[in-house]
Design a protein around this ligand. Structure first.
Ligand code: RM4
Ligand code: MN
Ligand code: MN
Length: 419
């Protein structure tokens, strides 16, 4: 299903009056506070968030899945869905591919399709956490950390194939998330497992084109419940430092133990030039993969505060980091869910952009904790949604993406097309 300009125009005409009022009001308040509203809008317009190819169908839990209707089956249909999202919000202009779940039959055709929708290829994701049909050797006891050389070689080979596909579509990075670890104390020699993983990553690093990055994604538990090989950002940073300049760390918001100060991790990684990118989601307990911003929007905002502070001019679209949503679950229409996630990310970004950083610095230097909190929460509590809507309007997207999606019965049309 393609979204045409006249559908967007009809929707915007309907909503423009109330939007203009809101936008005029917030613009004047922010201008009085010294914010350059035009600059904020420009930053919001260029900032794109990648959609993972696996989030377009209803997710599941290990207890089951309740598939929705009109879901994409082929990678081409998944690209169509991302094209659709991008047409509605002009903020989802990238895809993160997962191999082998989404190995395209015709790479060239997929690239052409992406170009026609204005979609770039963000990080490639390899998968050595499952055995695939017909695979020679099993990853039951790990992939890059495996005690068997032949199994490590098979996993390295897979990552090299992913890089090859990535080169053809114009991706510039590879994300490696490993399920490698142990379920029981004593099962795995901790140091040897790390060293084997490092050696295997060295082989992958060697095959990486000069303008590529490899990201290691840490996770404290699951599916291994006693230890994982890359359990936290310390190990991830250690690997990145040992591998070289093209190796960086990827932060998945759900891959931390409860109450972890993720924004501080982000700050440290930026400081060391080792932040590679994000997997955005939200969680109450662990790797819950819930809609971004649905539970802890303040934490998300604090992360964006560190990003805006750490990236020159606060222009995240020029940072070179990978920005991907890694959320999918049982309950919502996946496309509506992704629209909500993108919105939450951009709200956090906009709020971080309007922080009065000069005043904040002054408060920090004077150890004025009360003032610092006032400044931080003032920006967070400012309703910036009209700024996002204005950025969309100027980019030819819908003022209100979810309403547009429902008004135009997008899912209904997809069901008619796909069944
Ligand atoms: C993992 C991790 C990876 C994702 C898989 C499906 O928990 O977040 O990024 O590729 O799940
Ligand atoms: Mn992830
Ligand atoms: Mn995860």
């Amino acid at each position: 299903m393609l979204i045409n300009k006249s559908q967007i125009d009809t929707h915007n005409a309907k909503h423009e009056k109330s939007h203009s009022k809101r936008f005029a009001s917030i613009s004047s308040i922010l201008s009085d506070e010294g914010v350059n509203v035009k600059e904020v809008i420009e930053k919001l317009k260029t900032y794109q968030i990648a959609i993972p190819s696996w989030a377009l169908s209803t997710g599941g839990t290990r207890f089951g899945r309740f598939p929705g209707k009109g879901e994409p089956v082929s990678f081409e249909q998944k690209m169509e869905d991302i094209g659709l999202l991008h047409a509605v919000n002009r903020s989802s202009g990238a895809v993160s591919m997962h191999i082998p779940w989404d190995t395209p039959k015709d790479v060239k055709a997929v690239k052409q399709m992406a170009d026609s929708f204005g979609i770039q290829f963000d990080a490639m994701n390899s998968n050595t956490f499952q055995d695939q049909p017909g695979q020679a050797l099993t990853y039951k006891f790990g992939s890059l950390c495996n005690t068997e050389t032949s199994i490590r070689e098979q996993a390295i080979e897979h990552n090299l194939e992913v890089i090859e596909i990535g080169k053809q579509v114009g991706s510039k990075s590879l994300t490696v998330w490993l399920a490698d670890g142990a379920n029981f104390p004593g099962q795995q020699h901790q140091r040897k497992a790390f060293e084997r993983t490092l050696d295997a990553l060295k082989a992958i690093y060697k095959a990486l084109p000069d303008d590529w990055f490899v990201f290691t994604e840490h996770k404290p538990f699951e599916p291994a419940f006693y230890s994982t090989v890359i359990q936290d950002w310390g190990t991830s940073l250690l690997l990145a430092q040992k591998l070289g300049a093209k190796a960086k760390c990827l932060v998945d918001l759900g891959h931390h133990l409860p109450n972890c100060n993720i924004e501080q991790i982000v700050s440290r990684l930026i400081m060391e030039g080792k932040l590679g990118g994000f997997h955005f989601n939200d969680s109450k307990y662990a790797d819950d993969d819930l809609t971004v911003g649905s539970l802890r929007p303040y934490q998300l905002y604090l992360i964006f505060n560190e990003l805006v502070d750490g990236v020159p001019g606060g222009d995240l679209s020029k940072s070179g980091f990978g920005w991907m949503i890694d959320a999918s679950h049982n309950t919502k229409d996946p496309l509506e869910d992704l629209l909500q996630s993108v919105e939450a990310i951009k709200i956090a970004y906009a709020e971080a952009l309007i922080i009065d950083r000069k005043k904040l610095e002054l408060a920090q230097e004077k150890n004025d904790a009360v003032k610092a909190q006032e400044i931080m929460q003032h920006a967070f509590r400012t309703d910036v949604r009209a700024l996002l809507a204005e950025a969309r309007l100027q980019s030819g997207a819908a003022i209100n993406p979810i309403e547009f999606y429902r008004e135009n019965s997008v899912r209904g049309n997809l069901v008619r097309e796909r069944g």
